[in-house]
Design a protein around this ligand. Structure first.
Ligand SMILES: [Ca+2]
Length: 168
């Protein structure tokens, strides 16, 4: 499936023309201009498959850099800054690539686990996945502690207020 079968050539041109200047790319506005926002989920998936050049099921950083070329051969490369910003915004689980079901993170997680079980991965990938998981867990703990502290402080403040108001 080619991109011009999915999107209108004039919309693609309009969208590409809007972000001709380096570092001007805004993926949300681009998707809107190119007509992706109004498309059915099924067609969005088709677009995704065109952009997923190596058919890995993910759009990796390298593919993202050339994402505009996927819409038109005249599309410019994204700058490193734009690629990074796009990836940060769209990569919800921080694995450094964009999955096809970005909005349904929980299902994706399950899919990924299935993929990890079914497809034999390189040792490096597995190790990286394990490291990621442990980092995620440990980075979550201080946040909870902070939130707890905040709650305790709030409760303490409340008590003070109550006892202050008590005699009144
Ligand atoms: Ca890919």
């Amino acid at each position: 499936m080619a991109m011009q079968d999915l999107l209108k050539a004039e919309d693609i041109k309009k969208a590409l023309d809007s972000f001709k200047a380096a570092d001007s790319f805004d993926h949300k506005k681009f998707f809107e201009l190119v007509g992706l926002k109004a498309m059915s989920a099924e067609n969005v998936k088709k677009v995704f498959r065109v952009l997923d050049v190596d058919a890995s099921g993910f759009i990796e950083e390298e593919e993202l850099k050339f994402v505009l070329k996927g819409f038109s051969k005249d599309g410019r490369d994204l700058t490193d800054k734009e690629t990074k910003a796009f990836l940060d915004a769209a990569d919800k689980d921080g694995d450094g690539k964009i999955g096809i079901d970005g909005k349904r993170q929980r299902e994706r997680q399950r899919d990924r686990n299935t993929i990890q079980t079914n497809i034999s991965r390189t040792e490096t990938d597995r190790k990286r996945a394990e490291t990621n998981t442990s980092t995620e867990t440990s980075s979550r703990e201080p946040k909870e502690t902070n939130a707890d502290k905040k709650r305790q402080k709030l409760r303490a403040n409340q008590k003070e207020t109550n006892s202050f108001r008590g005699p009144m």
